[in-house]
Design a protein around this ligand. Structure first.
Ligand SMILES: Cc1ncc(COP(=O)(O)O)c(C=O)c1O
Length: 536
């Protein structure tokens, strides 16, 4: 050994590297310290321009600690050799720590496509043997690459990927703010609680105020109402599109009605013409639970952009995923500030992570009886939570968001195909349909078994499940029949007849982008057998 070898050092080695008697010498970069046998991993450096620049780094003067190599050189970082330290002739130059960070990152990320192929690559669908899921993550090496990239930053809390996602997502909706939270349920909690903020003065929701909604849906659309001592007012829904019956909405408005909050169920926009008319007429707040409807449009406009606030879920069953994740979107900067405060412990300060004194008054404000100039960072104006995501989740979301248009198109195509395949059974099944003016980004294919079908919902779902086609109920069915909601203070407008039909007779199967031609043909085949009377 002629010198000590350290990571990031460029050393002169005999070439070919294994031939100690060779005359030629070449530089190579140490990618490791010598191991217990004295072996070091070196990467090849060349002066010839590589064909594949994606796996090479053109070394610039700024990459070097001190003097650079005398010739324009390229690091072929994927061409590595394990060599004994005794082969080294002499040290030449040193790359900076930052450059080494970038090189290691590329080395690690370069492994991911092969890993993805070997561990998560497509497996052929085997009818009757493979589970045909109702929903699922659809991803490739890009999501894993982003996830690893974010983990290498080791920032852990929100950072560059969260910033990128929030800014791209807000731009997609054409709104001022998109706030990442850790789930769609958290998004619902934040969105509705925001409307109770004292910062809204007289417009804020007070305990006992009523919020119009539906009982056929997901519990965390309604739970925040109860949690905020508001009173949910339930209206029935249409069978087929599963959204609120428009006339019932008008009937539901009473002297205490202050808001409407409901979901575009299964991706189907509710009657926004009717809802927006009520919002205007009665000066109501509107929150769109857009968790199941990312990419849906009404009169060509994206759902989520009609209300004062909207929510999105990134749970794996949804249109795009972060594992766990959600988003609150709004075009109102005051609501955004309140929502951010609720998400971030209830604090009054709205500086981004790692920033200070954005308001310029960090130590010069009076809050209540706190001493004058109490650090704004630690002043709390709301009873808040910590509902933030990590940058790893956001990183996955960024890769998913890039695929949204393709996912939505695939969902629509699958929906169309299922409608054609199941059309022959409309005498026994109510097939899903969009509301007028709507262009849904479908969440699932919802089916209601007609009362005179000759079979029950549970009989058909049991048969489908036995044949490995996953089914799900339309979430809670009638929420009021669940233990958690049975005793809540509420009002029902008219009756919930269809909501109860949904509880008994409705289910859905998947349309997600993991479903292709083979799956659809199998679904057709299994439905046909069931309709011919097969039960086991
Ligand atoms: C309409 C609706 N709202 C809210 C949620 C909650 O989302 P998350 O699971 O991310 O909490 C869901 C979940 O599927 C949903 O379907």
């Amino acid at each position: 050994m002629t010198c000590e070898i350290h990571v990031g050092g460029i050393y002169k080695l005999p070439f070919p590297f294994t031939d100690l008697s060779a005359q030629k010498a070449r530089p190579a970069l140490a990618l490791s310290e010598p191991d217990e046998h004295g072996d070091v991993r070196f990467a090849f450096i060349t002066t010839s321009v590589p064909n594949d620049l994606a796996s090479a780094l053109a070394l610039e003067p700024s990459h070097f600690e001190g003097a650079p190599l005398p010739f324009q050189s390229f690091l072929r970082f994927e061409k590595t050799l394990l060599l004994h330290e005794s082969i080294v002739l002499k040290p030449l130059v040193q790359l900076t720590q930052k450059t080494m960070g970038a090189i290691f990152r590329r080395l690690i990320l370069a492994q991911i496509p092969a890993f993805y192929q070997s561990q998560h690559g497509a497996t052929p669908f085997q009818p009757g043997a493979s589970v045909l899921h109702y929903a699922g993550r659809v991803f490739d090496e890009k999501e894993i690459g982003n996830l690893v990239d974010a983990s290498l930053d080791f920032f852990l809390t929100t950072n560059r990927y969260a910033e990128q996602f929030e800014s791209e997502f807000a731009e997609y909706f054409g709104v001022s703010d998109a706030l990442l939270v850790n789930s769609g349920s958290s998004a619902n909690l934040v969105a509705l609680t925001a409307l109770t903020s004292t910062k809204l003065g007289d417009r804020r929701l007070m305990p006992g105020d009523e919020v119009i909604t539906v009982a056929a849906g997901f519990p965390s659309t309604v739970a925040p109402m109860v949690q905020n001592q508001l009173v949910p007012v339930f209206v029935d829904v249409n069978l087929g599109d599963y959204t609120a019956i428009a006339e019932r909405l008008a009937d539901a408005v009473g002297p205490k009605t202050r808001a409407i909050m409901m979901a575009h169920t299964m991706g189907v926009p509710f009657d926004l013409d009717a809802v927006m008319a009520l919002v205007k007429q009665h000066n109501l707040w509107l929150i769109e639970d857009n968790c199941d409807a990312l990419g849906s449009r009404y009169h060509g406009q994206l759902t989520g952009t009609f209300g004062h606030l909207a929510t999105v879920s990134f749970y794996p069953a949804h249109h795009i995923t972060m594992g766990e994740g959600g988003c609150v979107i709004t075009n109102d900067s005051m609501l955004a500030q309140i929502a951010r405060s609720l998400r971030d412990w209830g604090r009054d300060c709205y500086c981004a992570g790692g920033e200070s004194n954005t308001c310029g008054k960090r130590f010069s404000q009076q809050f209540g009886t706190l001493p004058y100039g109490y650090d704004h960072k630690y002043v709390y104006s709301h009873l808040g939570y910590n509902l933030k995501v990590t940058d790893m989740q956001a990183a996955v979301g960024c890769a998913q968001f890039a695929k949204l248009d393709q996912f939505v198109a695939q969902r629509k195509a699958n929906f169309q195909k299922l409608t054609e395949l199941l059309a022959p059974y409309q005498d026994r099944l109510i097939l899903p349909q969009a509301t007028e003016h709507a262009d849904p980004s479908w969440f699932g294919f919802v089916i209601t078994v007609r009362p005179d079908a000759g079979f029950t919902r549970n009989e058909i779902t049991r048969y489908l499940e036995a044949n490995r086609i996953e089914t799900r109920n339309l979430f809670a069915g009638n929420l009021l029949r669940h233990p958690a909601f049975a005793n809540i203070t509420h009002r029902v407008v008219g009756d919930l007849t269809n909501t109860d039909v949904i509880t008994n007779n409705t289910f859905f199967i998947g349309v997600y982008p993991g479903i292709g031609e083979g799956h659809l043909a199998y679904i057709q085949h299994v439905f046909a057998r069931f309709m011919q009377g097969e039960r086991t």
